[in-house]
Write a protein that binds this ligand. Structure first.
Ligand code: SF4
Ligand code: SF4
Length: 366
């Protein structure tokens, strides 16, 4: 496994991080713990030492699943990353309650990498109102948090505001070759690098979209005999300052493919960079909505299956209207249930105007 030596923190992190947001399920409500155990063990045996969960993933199920899976391995051999659910903070006291719940679910007494989750401009007020940074620094002093950071899905300007709040140990940003312009994009990446803040990457495959590119669109990759995933990961792995790239792995096949790739990940040639530009152009000309499938907007109180509708809409568009590949079905009936209440929008890290987009979906129904 390719490793990143992070001098600032005096640790060595695996370049591939295990994101535990899209875990395998037995049914809609039950995570398949046996599979998670197997996946975590395989990752660990193959040198992955960074495991990323969050209080809100699977309504706490992800933390519980990771805590259970970690019983098979030595806690001190790996790094657990977990996140404070900023929108659940109701008082200063609630900070301890939320943190202790995470520790209990994970069956641990410390968290290696702790993040203020999905910061945006609106949450700056919450940070100030409840002295969140001071609280987290106290936890760090007590040894319950080893390294303090944040994740962000907002603009470069908001990133600058966040950077004023603390001398952060690390930062987690959404970055991939389709998201170089914002959230906070290339500018954000460069800013963090300039300040020597180690960077963890989320959504390297844009919620799986960059791995599922149909062959007609990804032809430049096929011409160079590379997989979609290889191009997306390599684009990030060669960048200075990026210490770990999270992949939300859902099954053994994905872990095996990723582990193999990260064993010997190489810098891209100029020909390969050009192929990425081509594919990016192809996707942009066909993509309908910038949804990563993160499910933060769910559940919709009216039963609209938002991410699955958007996935179908994009996939259908990229496949020239045919619906032969999985995920390209558009559930119009579900889209029509939208009452435009707006409850989902506040949770969307991509700032998608969800009700308007759903109207667009319906208007294209044949
Ligand atoms: S705006 Fe529509 S999709 Fe969003 S929560 Fe309300 S009903 Fe559901
Ligand atoms: S609409 Fe937004 S919140 Fe919902 S799945 Fe897509 S990106 Fe995530």
């Amino acid at each position: 496994m390719k490793m990143s030596k992070v001098d600032k923190l005096n640790v060595s992190l695996s370049k591939l991080g295990f994101g535990l947001m899209r875990l395998p399920h037995k049914n809609e409500n039950e995570i398949d713990q046996e599979q998670v155990n197997e996946m975590v063990k395989f990752a660990y045996d193959n040198g992955v030492n960074y495991y990323d969960t969050a209080y809100v993933y699977n309504n706490g199920g992800s933390e519980i699943a990771l805590g259970t899976a970690l019983k098979q391995i030595k806690r001190e051999d790996i790094f657990v990353a977990d996140k404070l659910p900023m929108r659940k903070i109701t008082s200063k006291e609630s900070l301890d309650e939320l943190f202790n719940t995470s520790l209990e679910r994970l069956q641990t007494d410390y968290i290696d990498f702790y993040l203020l989750h999905a910061l945006d401009r609106g949450l700056l007020k919450t940070i100030n109102e409840f002295d969140v940074v001071a609280w987290a620094l106290q936890k760090k002093k007590e040894g319950k948090i080893k390294y303090l950071g944040f994740s962000i899905h907002d603009t470069y300007e908001t990133l600058l505001e966040i950077l004023k709040l603390n001398d952060w140990d690390f930062a987690q940003i959404q970055f991939n070759y389709m998201d170089a312009e914002d959230h906070p994009g290339e500018k954000g990446y460069l800013e963090l690098t300039k300040r020597n803040i180690p960077i963890v990457i989320m959504e390297p495959l844009k919620g799986g979209m960059l791995s599922d590119i149909p062959d007609n669109i990804a032809k430049p990759f096929r011409d160079l005999n590379g997989s979609n995933v290889k191009f997306a990961f390599s684009w990030l792995a060669e960048k200075q300052g990026i210490v770990t790239i999270l992949s939300g792995m859902s099954n053994m096949a994905q872990i095996k493919e990723n582990v193999e790739l990260f064993k010997n990940i190489q810098d891209l040639s100029s020909e390969e960079h050009n192929a990425i530009l081509e594919v990016e152009k192809n996707i942009r000309s066909l993509q309908k909505v910038n949804c990563t499938g993160c499910r933060y907007c769910m559940p919709c109180p009216f039963g609209v299956r938002i991410p699955s509708i958007f996935k179908g809409w994009n996939t259908n568009s990229m496949n020239n209207g045919s619906n032969w590949i999985s995920g390209s079905y558009i559930d119009y009936e579900s889209a029509e249930k939208c009452t435009e209440c707006g409850a989902c929008m506040v949770h969307c890290p991509q700032h998608i105007q969800i009700p308007d987009m759903l109207k667009n979906v319906i208007s294209e129904k044949e």
